[in-house]
Design a protein around this ligand. Structure first.
Ligand SMILES: [Zn+2]
Length: 481
């Protein structure tokens, strides 16, 4: 076999990476890679099971002298995101990726995603399992499927097979930064049944736009404004000074994104006054959010005629819900005060004939804090006569100040690279670790090499950081302390 990555210390890791890059493995298409892994294990007499999700689990017994050391689990996902440039004719169901090293020494795939996320985990586990010189306790390796489309492999895996109570997840993308916490999430729907009354009045259309938005987890601490909440404020103020009926409200389009726009149509007794008041409020808001949201625009204009509208009572109920719900950062981690522990994002609001619906995504690395947040939403829904529906919920992985793996990581990384400054952080979004920590109650840590622009055809893997990734995981596996 011809390999293009040569001249590195961890040759076996790079060659396995090239081997698996020949096997199509987009999410939902993991049968081929699972068969490859099973054949690898069978050839070497390694214990191996494959389940109906195409999760592959291998176990290698402790080497002499390591029988009394606690078993360790390594884990990563086999599937990859399939994205390609418009001019690429790559077929992700059958073509091998076409790898090349660019002039900066980064590994890329021609016109497509590289699958470094999370091919590096697969290659590393194979290179360790294949190495008869490596000293290790019972080594368990779990290759999960369908991570990128909803962590389905991890959810479906029968964890009773796992004997290890410490795990290294190999799915982060920055050398020198390990992750020791992730957020669970809950999808909430609040619905208000509305009675509409007939009218024949021109509306005033109020628009909030130009906000920066962002990811409802990883950007929630950026202080960027939420367009629906901002509309709530504007309406609440207006309602006191110049009563109106709400005709409709619509904002945001994804529950996991901070909404950038919101439009409300109202009918006011004094439309000109309503417009003037909104403009006055815009001047104040603009100053308030200038640092994070320079491009905010709030406009109020006369619109078309409305044939029906909400009652004063329902109008008031909608404004109350938007302004009173818990939104944005709810709490910071008591272990690392720079890390968000719990948050909520009202991401979408829509008006249909007869009802108004708001979608909220709540996140927390602490399950009991999430319980409390959901209860507060439930109470608020009860107060205003809204229906409360909890759609989906997953567990979080809370930061643990006493994590032995985190301590090992910092000590070993520093020992290997005395000039480095390794850190342990959390991520306010979902990772497979959250599922395993809640299912088997293990100590966990997530590490990886540096990968740029994952999930895009510009994905690039830093080969030098892969050498350190291999050094680090080998050392952590062989560490007896
Ligand atoms: Zn990944």
């Amino acid at each position: 076999m011809e390999y293009i990555i040569n001249g590195y210390r961890h040759a076996s890791f790079f060659h396995y990476f090239e081997d698996i890059s020949r096997i199509p493995r987009g999410s939902g298409n993991e049968a081929g890679i699972a068969a490859f892994l099973k054949a690898f294990a069978d050839e070497r007499g390694i214990e191996c099971t494959v389940d109906e999700y195409h999760n592959v689990f291998m176990r290698k017994h402790a080497t002499p002298g390591y029988e009394d050391v606690a078993p360790i689990l390594l884990q990563g996902h086999t599937d990859m995101v399939c994205e390609k440039n418009a001019d690429s004719d790559h077929d992700f169901t059958k073509d091998p990726l076409s790898l090349y090293i660019d002039k900066n020494g980064l590994l890329r795939a021609k016109g497509t995603t590289l699958g470094g996320d999370d091919g590096v985990a697969v290659a590393l586990m194979l290179s360790l399992l294949d190495d008869e010189s490596l000293q290790h306790p019972t080594l368990e390796c779990l290759f999960t499927s369908a991570e990128e489309t909803g962590l389905y492999g991890a959810h479906g895996f029968d964890c009773s097979q796992i004997t290890a109570r410490r795990m290294l997840n190999l799915d982060t993308e920055l050398d020198g930064e390990a992750i020791s916490s992730c957020a669970g999430s809950a999808d909430l729907l609040l619905t208000l049944d509305t009675d509409r009354e007939a009218c024949d009045t021109k509306t005033v259309d109020i628009t909030v736009k130009g906000l920066a938005g962002g990811h409802s987890g990883t950007d929630i601490n950026t202080c960027r404004a939420n367009a629906i909440r901002m509309m709530g404020r504007i309406l609440a103020k207006l309602y006191d000074d110049c009563p109106f009926h709400l005709v409709s409200i619509a904002g945001g389009n994804k529950r996991n994104a901070v909404p950038r726009e919101c439009v409300a149509r109202i009918t006011a007794l004094e439309p000109d006054r309503a417009i003037a008041l909104v403009e006055e409020e815009f001047a104040r808001l603009k100053k308030e959010v200038a640092a994070a949201d320079k491009k905010l625009r709030v406009t109020a204009r006369l619109g078309k005629r409305a044939e029906n509208r909400l009652s004063y009572h329902d109008t008031s109920t909608v404004i109350s819900m938007i302004t009173l719900n818990t939104n944005g950062v709810v709490s910071m981690s008591p272990v690392n005060p720079e890390f968000v522990r719990t948050s909520a994002n009202m991401g979408v609001i829509t008006t249909e004939e007869g009802k108004i619906t708001a979608s909220i995504m709540a996140r927390s690395s602490c399950d009991s804090e999430m319980d409390a947040l959901l209860l507060s939403y439930k109470r608020l829904a009860k107060l205003g006569g809204w229906q409360y529906l909890l759609d989906e919920r997953s567990s979080g992985w809370d930061m643990n100040a006493d994590s032995q793996l985190a301590k090992d990581y910092l000590r070993i990384y520093k020992r290997l690279y005395p000039d480095s400054n390794p850190v342990v952080n959390g991520i306010h979004a979902g990772l497979e670790c959250g599922i395993f920590v809640s299912k088997i109650g293990c100590d966990a840590l997530s590490v990886g090499p540096t990968i740029y622009e994952v999930h895009s055809p510009n994905e690039a893997l830093d080969l030098a950081s892969c050498e350190r990734f291999c050094d680090l995981v080998r050392a952590m596996v062989s560490e007896k302390a």
